[in-house]
Design a protein around this ligand. Sequence first.
Ligand code: K7E
Ligand code: CUA
Ligand code: CA
Length: 623
Amino acid sequence: MNEPENTGFSRRQFLGASLAVGTTAAAGGMGIGMYSQAVQADKKEAQSPHVPPGELDEYYGFWSGGQSGEVRIVGVPSMRLLMSIPVFNRDSGTGWGLTNESKRILGDSLKWQNGDTHHIHMSYTAGKYDGRYLFVNDKANTRVARIRCDVMKTDKITIIPNVSCIHGLRLQKAPKTGYVFANGEMIIPQPNDGRDLDKPENYWTLFSALNAETMEVAWQVIVDGNLDNVDTDYTGRFAFSTCYNSERGVVLADMMRAERDWVVVFDIPRIEAAIKEGKATTIGESKVPVLDGRAKAAMNITAYIPIPKNPHGCNTSPDGKYVMANGKLSPTVSVIEIAKLADLMDGKLKDPRETVIAEPELGLGPLHTTFDGRGNAYTSLFLDSQVVKWGIEDSIKAYRGEKVNYIRQKIDIHYQIGHLKATMAESSGADGKWLVALCKFSKDRFLNVGPLRAENDQLIDISGDEMKLVHDGPTIPEPHDCIMVHRDIVKPLRVWKRDDPYFAETVALAKKDGVTLESESKVIREGNQVRVYMTSMAPVFGLTEFKVKKGDEVTVTITNLDTVEDLAHGFVLVNHGICMEVSPQMTSSVTFIADRPGVHWYYCVWFCHALHMEMSGRMLVEA
Ligand code: K7E
Ligand code: CUA
Ligand code: CA
């Protein structure tokens, strides 16, 4: 076993008073590994991230795409980008935001073209990833989206009422994912209808629970302070949220005034019971039941545990015993013992701080923590640009006064790390093989591509005693978080099923027109509405031409008859701003106005055949 020295403490003293403003003042400036800590090299060679040609990665990585608004699928350990899934953004190739199918899913979201995905999580059954859904938040436009893992398409998007910015997002882990929990970050007047603009003392935010199946907001709880990140226990009873703005300030200086903010504990069964008992109200025009979880309401559905200082990440250990609140402006991570929370809720503890059973000093700017399933935690240090590995049980002993060193190793990363994640770490199946460090700055690690740079997702082998950096992976700004799920759990389809709900409504419309999509190509006119149905099979569309009149509203519906895996077609209508994906056995449709007379070619945009260039046709528009 390695015996590194714990230098975290002296470094903190050295930087002294600047700590409180460190995170904001020093972003990009400090912490490029001046304090790297050597560990005795362990004899085990690093695992190779190289996946030879023709072989497959062991893990599916799901990356939030940050302000790109999308989600990405990355193979781990090769770190090869496999696919991007449009969610809150618009997508040129698949036609996300253009096709009728995507418009139905986007619904009221169609008016917004951007998103900011931070936290992505997979549905659980009994604490284990179950491969059904992914859920992701949109901080920018206060939404939550669901992705179906069988086809890797977004299938639901919900705009959350009464809050501004959804930041933290986590799922109930047991018995299976019933609720999706979503943190409202910014505080606003309630209702936010123009009242109290200059009265921040009347600003509040809420914790939201969505039904994972219907994606409707089931209930909300109004809280003191604000809400940053969230995690849940492994029994289904509790959710925990960090709060950095207990002061309810509206400018930075106010948000840093208190030495401690808190973690809010939500008692889910008690919340459900209180709603059943009719204790909920509503806010403004929203019909969502709202409970008052502020301390002064004394409804006994929440509890507030003081935590230093402006805490950020919130991470439950895979054994279900602890939840870690990462100190950010404090060099500590606070370890809360989940077994003590029942007593806390029952008022049996004198002081909520009794639930904190360790508070290891780890380094500067601790943001997030992940786990290897072997009793070790790994915390990202934004300011130090390091990952620190530490022993959970040893940190508890040290808190009790025993003389133990809980720091196992610190490794420099490049640079300014936000989230970090180990394989399978947010499930009871944590397997401690790989860790990804999502670095906000790449600086000199890649070719200069101008003032806007890639970020750097670094792959670290954590399978041995010693962490070993093995790969730099550039990513387009800016993923915040990722999860890595063993490939045996995720089972996507190879071709679409004809009865898929994704295009069921389009299929129903065709049926009303008496069209059998799987075999027919025809044009149906109803007034100035023209519905063009055609098949596609490499290398031909079912129609090589169709005729409409200027001003017609045209709907083109294409069904890909090919059953060959990977044989996608696409439909582009030249100079009409239209492109859509039609994967094997998929039906896609798009509606537009034929506003210019003339000959307008359409063509297939996926290279599908030796005669792919010839896969085209003409829309003839009469004056
Ligand atoms: Cu730390 Cu939004 Cu998860 Cu960014 S959050 S890093
Ligand atoms: Cu069909 Cu190219
Ligand atoms: Ca604060």
